[in-house]
Design a protein around this ligand. Structure first.
Ligand code: IPM
Ligand code: MG
Length: 374
């Protein structure tokens, strides 16, 4: 098994170092091969997704991705910006199904900005279509910018589009996920759209409804995206599986992530039709805290666990990582994003080290070990 490791920019390199450390102590038979992506690749090769990186990703069994982007690239022509690397990988690898679970860890109930009773036990799954919609409409990247602007332009537009097969396949993924999560007891899918205004999303609603006929055991409801944004903060536990398009999914997944206390905790998987996948934390490159050693590596470590579970069929190893993360949280260790009174603040590396120690079954002790627990 070969895993492509693409750390990227900003905190990407720091958090990836911890995930790699965790993968290495598992003693499984795989090789890790690292390549540049995003701004880092632009600096070295003049392109955010060089052929060498794309070819490595294509040849690998799975891809573990950090994050890309930095404000300093905002003035580049769009095709050269770091974000194009992740969009290109999604498109070239056919990664149309993006799983963004929002799970509230019991130990972090108080880190959420919502009242604890609203989020305690939260476990919802947002499924975002990832290779269509306005992200990949026309025209894109056709014009040449000067200093980040288009001189003389009077308007700009992006077209929103979905084809029937694109909607059908993501609807199947959502209904099957709901079935799996409920252990065959049905489950529920909420399809989020804007059918009251947009033709694309009336079509989306019609096609999802049509596919639903094949899943009579799964409940389906439809919700407009503005209402969904409201319901997510009003009664998040009323959701089970949410399926939506690329753009709405981008926005709602950040909102859903924050319900759990921190976007720094949430992994994600982007899968193709054969379950080959790219795994990445739900958060971005956070240039404001990059290089300071304070970023939370747990979302990347949990992404590695998802990779082992879904693409590499190493379910036991995935379970071990997830329970090690839980052990570390129970021991009271927190990076700044999830810190609260009475817990111990640690840096990126200490957090990674603690997961490694927990994996070995040893007691977690830290330098100021007043909260040591086994
Ligand atoms: C995400 C990110 C990306 C997106 C950016 C970096 C292109 O926000 O994965 O959610 O918009 O899809
Ligand atoms: Mg996003």
């Amino acid at each position: 098994m070969k895993i492509a490791i693409l750390p990227g920019d900003g905190i990407g390199t720091e958090i990836m170092a911890e995930a790699v450390k965790v993968l290495q102590v598992l003693d499984l038979d795989f090789t890790l091969e690292t390549a540049l992506v995003g701004g880092a690749a632009y600096e070295a090769h003049g392109h955010p997704l060089p052929d060498s990186t794309l070819n490595l990703a294509k040849a690998a069994d799975a891809v573990l991705f950090g994050a890309v982007g930095d404000w300093k690239y905002d003035k580049l022509d769009r095709p050269l910006r770091p974000e194009q690397a992740i969009l290109g990988l999604r498109k070239h690898l056919g990664l149309f199904a993006n799983f963004r679970p929002a799970i509230c860890y019991e130990q972090l109930t108080h880190a959420s900005s919502l009242k604890p009773e609203l989020v305690a036990g939260l476990d919802i799954l947002l499924i975002r279509e990832l290779t269509g919609d306005i992200y990949f409409g026309q025209p894109r990247g056709r014009r040449v910018a000067v200093d980040g602007h288009f001189p003389g332009a009077e308007e700009a537009f992006d077209t929103m589009r979905y084809s029937k097969p694109e909607i059908e396949r993501i609807a199947h993924v959502a209904f099957q996920a709901a079935r799996r999560r409920s252990g065959g007891q049905g489950g529920k899918v909420t399809s989020v759209d804007k059918a009251n205004v947009l033709e694309t999303f009336q079509f989306w609603r019609d096609v999802v409804t049509e596919v639903h006929a094949q899943y009579p055991d799964v409940a389906l409801d439809h919700m407009y995206v503005d209402n969904a944004a409201m319901q997510l903060v009003k009664a998040p536990k009323a959701f089970d599986v949410v399926v939506t398009g690329n753009m709405f999914g981008d926005i709602l997944s950040d909102e859903a992530a924050m319900l759990t206390g921190s976007i720094g905790m949430l992994p994600s998987a982007s899968l193709d039709k054969a379950n080959k996948g790219l795994y990445e934390p739900s958060h971005g490159s956070a240039p404001d805290i990059a290089g300071k050693g304070v970023a939370n590596p747990l979302a990347t470590i949990l992404s590695a666990a998802m990779m082992l579970r879904y693409t590499l069929n190493q379910v036991e190893a995935a379970d071990r990582i997830e329970s090690a993360v839980s052990t570390v949280l129970s021991a009271g260790l927190r990076t700044g994003d999830i810190w609260s009174e009475g817990t111990q603040r640690v840096g990126t590396r200490e957090m990674g080290d603690a997961v490694v120690v927990a994996l070995s079954g040893k007691t977690i002790t830290t330098r100021t070990s007043d909260i040591t627990k086994s």
